[in-house]
Design a binder for this molecule. Structure first.
Ligand SMILES: Cc1ncc(C[n+]2csc(CCOP(=O)(O)OP(=O)(O)O)c2C)c(N)n1
Ligand SMILES: [Mg+2]
Length: 425
C-alpha cells in the first residue's frame, strides 16, 4: 500500500536549488571561507601509484610557494634558477602581449581579444613541464603554451588582425591559433571539443607505439559539457596517455563556478568517479603547476594512466573584450583573492633566494615590451581590421575540396559579383 491516502497531497513540495554567487557588484568580497592549506604540507605519491592514492589530493590544494616566498615540501620541483627565470620571462611576455593586444582591440585593430591575466602560470609553467612534441589541445586562454614553444609573436598578431599574412586566412576568430609545427591543435570556439580530441589523439599515439602524450585544457565552466565526461570515460577505459587540465578561474563569462557544480565538490574530484588520478593545485603557484604537470606527464608516459588536474585560480579581468564584469561581480574580488598573482609570487621567490632583483625585473619587462611593440609594428604592415589587407575574398571557398563542386563554384561567382557591385574597385 502506498503511504498516505494516495493523493500525494501531504508530500513535501519539490524545489530546485539555483546557485547564486556570493558577491555581486557593490558587495564587499571576503574569501575567508576558503580553505587554503599551508604550502608544502601535501603528500606526493609516486607517479605510478594507484589512482585512488591521489583521492585525498583531489580536495586538498597542492602548494609549493609559501607566504615566506620560499619553496616547500615534496612537490617542490627543485628547478634551477635559469629554469625559473625562463618561466617568469614567459609569463611576463604573455601579460605584456595581452595588454598590447587588448589595447589594439580598443583601437579598432581587431574585433576581439581574450586575456589570461592572473592565469599565466596554468599554461606557461605547465608547458615548461611537457616535452616540446607532446600534443596540446588548448582552449582559448593558453596563448602561454605557444610562447613557451617560441611561436613567432608576429604570426600570432597576423592571426589576431586576420590580415593578408594570417596563416589561417581569416577563417578563425582572432586568438584561435593553430600550429602543427608546434604540436598545438587548432583552438575551437565550441567549448570542450578539445577533450575528446585529445583522448583520440592520445589513443592513436599509443596504438602506433609512439611516445608522445596529449595535454588538454578547459575552463571549469566547460566541464558541464558532455564532451568532458565522455572524454574522461574513454581515457579511463583505455588508459589513454592524456593530461586533463581544468583551469578553475571561477567564472564562465557571467556564470560563476557554482553552475558547473563547484558548490558540491571540487573539479579535481571528478577524477574519483572515473577512477583516474586527480590533483588539485594552486594555479597561481608556478612551481606547483610545473610539478603537477610533470607528475602527470611522467605517469602518462609510463602507461600508468591519465590525470585530471584542477588549477584553482581567479579570472582577474573580463572574459574577453566583449565583456564587462562590473555588471555581474564585485569589483573587489580581484584584490581580495587570496592566492595572489603568479608573476609576483615567482618573482618574489627568485628575489628571496638571491637569483633576481626588482631592477632586473623592470629591465626584462622593458625588453619584452619592446619585443611585442616591434612585432606589432611589423604585423601591422600586413594589415589590420577594416583596412582591406586580408586574404582575397574568393579564398574562403578554397582548401576544402580538391575540386570545387558546381554549387560552390556558383556561390563563389555570385558572392564575388555581389561584392563588386557593393564595393566597386
Ligand atoms: C558549446 C559552447 N557553449 C557555449 C559557448 C559560449 N561560451 C564561450 S566561452 C564561455 C564560458 C566558458 O567558461 P570556462 O569554461 O570557465 O572558461 P573560461 O572562459 O573561464 O576560461 C561560454 C559559455 C561556446 N563557445 N560553446
Ligand atoms: Mg572559467
Amino acid at each position: 500500500m502506498a503511504e498516505g491516502d494516495g493523493s500525494g497531497k501531504n508530500r513535501p513540495r519539490l524545489a530546485l536549488h539555483v546557485p547564486e554567487p556570493k558577491y555581486r557588484p557593490g558587495d564587499v568580497a571576503d574569501f575567508s571561507h576558503l580553505d587554503i592549506p599551508p604550502a608544502g604540507k601535501q603528500k606526493r605519491p609516486d607517479e605510478a601509484c594507484a589512482a585512488a592514492d591521489t583521492n585525498p589530493l583531489c580536495t586538498d590544494l597542492i602548494r609549493v610557494l609559501g607566504d615566506d616566498d620560499q619553496a616547500h615540501g615534496p612537490w617542490d620541483p627543485r628547478l634551477s634558477a635559469d629554469k625559473m627565470r625562463a618561466i617568469l620571462r614567459d609569463m611576463a611576455l604573455v601579460r605584456i602581449f595581452d595588454e598590447r593586444m587588448y589595447r589594439g582591440q580598443r583601437q579598432g585593430k581587431t574585433s576581439f581579444y581574450m586575456k589570461c591575466i592572473g592565469e599565466e602560470a596554468t599554461s606557461v609553467a605547465a608547458a615548461h613541464a611537457l616535452a616540446f612534441d607532446d600534443m596540446v589541445f588548448p582552449s582559448y586562454r593558453q596563448q602561454g603554451v605557444l610562447m613557451v614553444r617560441d611561436y613567432p609573436l608576429i604570426e600570432m598578431i597576423n592571426q589576431i588582425y586576420s590580415n593578408k599574412a594570417d596563416k589561417l586566412k581569416g577563417r578563425q576568430l582572432p586568438i584561435m591559433y593553430s600550429s602543427r609545427e608546434h604540436s598545438f591543435f587548432s583552438i575551437s570556439g565550441n567549448l570542450a571539443t578539445q577533450y575528446p580530441q585529445a583522448v583520440g589523439w592520445a589513443m592513436a599515439s599509443a596504438m602506433q607505439g609512439d611516445s608522445r602524450i596529449a595535454a588538454t585544457w578547459m575552463g571549469e565552466g566547460s566541464t558541464a559539457e558532455g564532451d568532458f565526461h565522455s572524454a574522461l570515460t574513454f581515457a579511463a577505459v583505455y588508459n589513454a596517455p592524456t593530461i586533463f587540465n581544468v583551469v578553475n578561474n571561477q567564472w564562465a563569462i557571467s556564470s560563476f563556478s557554482g553552475f558547473a557544480g563547484a558548490e558540491r565538490t571540487t573539479f579535481a574530484a571528478r577524477a574519483i568517479g572515473y577512477g583516474i588520478a586527480g590533483l588539485r593545485v594552486d594555479g597561481n603557484d608556478a612551481l606547483a603547476v610545473y610539478a603537477a604537470q610533470l607528475w602527470a606527464a611522467d605517469r602518462a608516459r609510463s602507461n600508468d594512466g591519465p590525470t585530471l588536474i584542477e588549477f584553482f585560480t581567479y579570472r582577474a579581468e573580463g572574459h574577453s573584450t566583449s565583456d564587462d564584469p562590473s555588471a555581474y561581480r564585485s569589483a573587489q574580488e580581484q584584490n581580495e583573492w587570496p592566492l595572489g598573482d603568479p608573476i609576483t609570487r615567482l618573482k618574489n621567490h627568485l628575489i628571496a633566494i638571491g637569483e633576481w632583483s626588482d631592477e632586473q625585473h623592470d629591465a626584462m619587462d622593458k625588453e619584452l615590451d619592446e619585443k611585442v611593440r616591434a612585432a606589432t609594428k611589423e604585423a601591422e604592415k600586413n594589415g589590420i581590421l577594416g583596412h582591406g589587407l586580408h586574404h582575397p575574398f574568393k579564398t574562403m571557398f578554397e582548401d576544402v575540396f580538391e575540386e570545387l563542386p558546381w554549387h560552390l563554384k556558383e556561390q563563389s561567382e555570385q558572392a564575388i559579383r555581389e561584392r563588386e557591385l557593393k564595393w566597386p574597385k
